[in-house]
Design a protein around this ligand. Structure first.
Ligand code: ADP
Ligand code: MG
Length: 901
């Protein structure tokens, strides 16, 4: 008996119904809306796994909004047979839609009353049924939520009529499926959205494809991340218009009829499941609340332009259930008992799940049947669900009608956490990046070709101009030369003639010698003038030559200019390649982080277990993952392969700050893998990282670089290299400047590793390594203190070993560097990693007589006595004890103080 009923229509309060959540369930929450404090999200029940809301892969970060399953009851009108057979009897139910109440008559005097979300009388039109039952669900599917509309009831009460009627003869008769698709198509657009449909039948725990009947044993796949179920084997048909959807439903109906004939059953024994997948891309819904902030809070322009778009992938599931009547009653058409059980398995499992959910039971048997596995999101999951319970009026079926009503009552108590199905579309980002990359490369190629062509053209032009000038000059020169040669010869000839004539005249009596002299003078004068004018012509020609030479020089300076332009173009190309490399590695990092997050979600981890240099080494965050999964290793290998170590290292010196930050993180990631360490050092990575400590102004870069150096400092060869390159001085400088405890932890970790190398002890102390360690305790952070203590313990151990072997004499360098007061003060530190290291350090120091005096004066003796008595670790306790016994000086002091040992 339902506690929500009252007898004889008496006004008894419906206590359980009063406690149902407020009827906000049909109002679609806005994607960003947070649940109100008063309506705190109800925790998931049973086996339904709620994925963590704020994950890197999910765009929608809300944890969901409570939304109760809504239940409407629809009464079928009397049919012809009932009109005759039940003519003398009243209907077994009476509906009071305005009060949202239903009275179930027990007999002429008694009735029980139940409340529902909606009551649909025998006069309710198909349109009204759609609007009341399905429309709100369809609207929220369009906004990105999953939705379910399901019909439950005895065979013949109108489930298929309500959901599946095509209304070909009369559009007013169209059922929920057709009307829902009409609304979906009207609200979506083929450019940005896609709508696809699958149609299945579930019979005797086997799933058949109603679109391709040969597919008759389709498997259900569950996504361990999200708990979402999918049926990859089912045919999915993209729908663009109502006509093709109608044809598809018709085809499904025909196949359902054929399949049921073959199986010797009727459709009333099987469940039909129509799923409409709606995928919508959100344009322009970027950043603001879904940003990828970079380290210093600002997004780099590079990253910003390649933010992944957001998609919403929701689905509407319409379920026409098998008849709810008990199989033995309806005769079961010759099935054996086993078959009969199997036929009803899914339906009774659904009843059990709904009971468990309604009663808030800790276990919901979702896995008991295929139907409940398929509908896990619809009941107690993240979908908005609406149930229509169909009943007939006949008093002959009162029992079945009553049990149908009770099912509806229980379903009303099921609470879902409605959640937006929104995610980043990494695939489309990848496509976009590829296209962008191709474009950049093509443009670069085009420009380079253009410049080369231009240089070639100018070179040819200059060559031909120079050749032309040379030709003209040679020609003129030759002409002039010939002309003057000729003139010269003429004048010489004339002079010879003159001279001969004079000689002859001299031999003869001289009568007119003075006249001859005048003539010779005149000739000489002429000769002079002629020479002058020749010289002028030569000067002019020379001038012309130097003019042409100048022209030639100008031509080659143009070539030089073009060369420079080509160089700067090559530079730009180099930069583009750098950007491409960064994009590639960022993309890898993104998908790597997405993988990482999903993996941690798979294990339900909160990501708190930090080890090593976690804040910058994602794969070190889950050591078990580093060992088992191939994912991160594969990503690193891919990074190596695609970008190349040399390239990554060269980016450490990039001019762009964001690029440098990103590159040093990538190097640190690589350095965390032992297999990469040698390659990094060989390629000069260690030197580059040390340079960053020396030169970088940015603490993030220095922190990440120090972390990478700490990882490299784990092997002996690298330790020596670090020391040889002045690493200890650089680490000490970094330690002195740093404020952030994480930076100090990295630096202390690196120095602690160096302290474990026996050969480096003296150098480490001389170059201020111990002092730097001690300086870092100012920060007080336990992680930093643990690294300092580890370094001191490493140092003390090596030193003790060297002393024993006779390689070291004199007081401990630790004591000389003033470490003892801190060691004594923290010998009993609350944090066990710090305490253990210090206890060991004290034991090592006390093992050598040279240190005994300081141990006594600084109070180290007392600490040793305490350790030998109270230390919880037996090995350390024994070590302290042995140390005390074997030191003569300490023994004398203990006796002086009357302490028995
Ligand atoms: P079910 O799918 O629950 O077995 P059907 O949808 O096949 O039931 O309905 C059985 C019969 O009742 C069909 O002939 C159908 O046309 C008729 N019917 C059902 N509901 C109504 C209704 N609300 N109005 C008129 N006829 C109805
Ligand atoms: Mg039916």
């Amino acid at each position: 008996m339902a506690s929500g009923s009252y007898r004889n229509g008496g006004p008894k309060p419906t206590s359980k119904l009063d406690r149902l959540p407020p009827s906000t369930a049909y109002s679609t929450p806005k994607p960003s809306a947070k649940p109100r404090p008063s309506a705190a999200p109800v925790p998931r029940r049973g086996g339904s796994v709620a994925p963590a809301a704020a994950s890197a892969g999910k765009a929608g970060g809300d944890a969901g909004v409570p939304g109760r399953v809504r239940v409407a009851v629809r009464l079928r009108p009397r049919n012809a047979e009932e009109t005759i057979a039940d003519a003398d009897f009243a209907d077994c139910v009476e509906l009071q839609p305005e009060l949202k109440r239903l009275k179930l008559r027990k007999n002429n005097w008694e009735s029980e009353t139940y409340e529902f979300d909606e009551l649909l009388t025998e006069f309710a039109s198909q349109k009204r049924v759609y609007e009341v039952v399905a429309k709100p669900v369809v609207e929220s599917v369009l906004e990105g939520y999953n939705g379910t509309v399901m019909a439950y009831g005895q065979t013949g009460t109108g489930k298929t009529y309500t959901l599946g009627r095509l209304g070909e003869e009369d559009t007013a008769a169209r059922g929920i499926m057709i009307r829902a698709m009409e609304d979906i198509l009207a609200d979506t657009s083929p450019e940005t959205d896609s709508v696809s449909v699958s149609y299945l039948q579930l019979y005797m725990e086997s799933i058949q494809d109603l679109l391709v009947p040969a597919n008759d044993n389709i498997a259900i796949i569950e996504d361990p991340k999200t708990g979402d179920v999918s049926l990859p084997g089912a045919t999915s048909v993209e729908i663009r218009d109502q006509k093709s959807f109608m044809e598809l439903l018709r085809l499904g109906e025909a196949h359902r009829f054929a399949a049921n004939t073959k199986l010797n059953t009727e459709s009333s024994r099987s469940h039909a499941i129509l799923t409409v997948h709606v995928k919508r891309s959100l344009k322009g819904k970027h950043d603001a609340d879904h940003g990828f902030p970079s380290e210093n809070g600002t997004s780099s322009t590079l990253v910003k332009s390649f933010r992944p778009p957001i998609v919403r992938k929701s689905k509407l599931v319409v379920v026409d259930l098998a008849g709810s009547e008990r199989i033995d009653k309806s005769g079961s058409e010759g099935h054996t008992l086993e078959e009969a059980k199997s036929i009803n398995l899914s339906l009774s499992a659904l009843g059990k799940c709904i009971n468990a959910l309604a009663e808030n039971s800790p276990h919901v048997p979702v896995r008991d049947s295929k139907l409940t596995r398929l509908l896990r999101d619809s009941f107690g999951g993240s979908a908005r669900t609406s149930l229509v319970v169909t009943i007939g009026p006949s008093p002959r079926h009162r029992g079945e009608t009553a049990s149908t009503i009770m099912f509806g009552q229980r379903a009303m108590k099921v609470e879902n956490m409605v959640k937006l199905k929104e995610e980043f579309d990494y695939k489309s980002l990848c496509r976009r990046l590829d296209i962008e990359l191709d474009k950049l490369m093509a443009e670069n190629e085009r420009q380079r070709k253009g410049f080369e062509d231009e240089i070639e053209r100018i070179r040819t032009e200059a060559d031909s101009r120079v050749a032309e000038v040379e030709k003209g000059y040679n020609y003129t020169l030759e002409n002039e030369r010939l002309k003057y040669q000729q003139d010269n010869m003429d004048s010489i000839k004339k002079l010879e003639e003159k001279w001969m004539a004079n000689v002859n005249r001299a031999r003869a009596p001289t009568t007119s010698s003075s006249a001859d002299i005048v003539e010779v003078r005149q000739l000489l004068q002429n000769e002079k003038l002629l020479r002058q004018s020749t010289e002028e012509v030569v000067v002019n020609l020379k001038r012309e030559i130097s003019h042409w030479k100048r022209l030639e020089a100008a031509g080659s300076s143009e070539i030089v200019k073009l060369r420079k332009m080509l160089d700067s173009e090559a530079n730009q190309k180099h930069k583009l390649e750098e950007e491409i490399a960064i994009l590639r590695s960022q993309l890898l990092q993104l998908s790597f982080q997405a993988d990482e997050t999903s993996r941690s979600l798979d294990r339900g981890e909160s990501g708190k277990a930090l080890t090593g240099f976690d804040s910058l080494v994602p794969q070190a965050r889950h050591p078990q993952l580093r060992d088992s999964a191939n994912g991160p290793k594969a990503s690193i290998a891919k990074l190596f392969e695609q970008v190349g170590l040399q390239k990554i290292l060269s980016l450490l010196e990039s001019e762009d700050h964001d690029v440098r930050v990103h590159a040093v993180k990538v190097v640190a990631n690589l350095a965390a893998e032992e297999a990469n360490q040698d390659k990094i050092v060989e390629a000069g990575g260690l030197t580059s990282l040390l340079m960053l400590l020396r030169n970088s102004e940015d603490e993030t870069i220095r922190r990440v670089a120090a972390g990478a150096i700490a990882n490299l400092a784990m092997n002996e060869t690298n330790q020596e290299l670090i020391m040889a390159q002045g690493g200890i001085v650089l680490l000490s400088m970094t330690a002195a400047d740093a404020e952030d405890p994480q930076t100090l932890r990295m630096v202390a970790g690196a120095i602690a590793n160096l302290c474990g190398n026996e050969k480096l002890q003296t150098k480490l102390s001389v170059e201020g390594g111990i002092k730097a360690l001690l300086g870092m305790v100012r920060c007080g952070h336990p992680d930093v203190l643990a690294q300092v203590a580890r370094g001191i313990a490493n140092f003390a151990k090596c030193e003790s070993r060297a002393s024993t072997q006779g390689n070291k004499v004199g007081v401990s360098l630790l004591i000389e560097d003033g470490a003892l007061p801190w060691i004594v003060k923290n010998g009993n530190h609350d944090a066990s990693p710090i305490r253990r290291h210090i206890e060991l350090a004290l034991c090592h120091l006390a093992q050598h007589e040279v240190n005994a005096k300081d141990m006594i004066s600084e109070g180290g003796l007392w600490e040793l006595v305490r350790i030998s008595r109270d230390c919880s670790r037996e090995d350390i306790r024994m070590l302290a004890h042995r140390t005390l016994i074997s030191s003569a000086t300490l023994q004398t002091e203990l006796r002086r103080l009357h302490i028995e040992f």
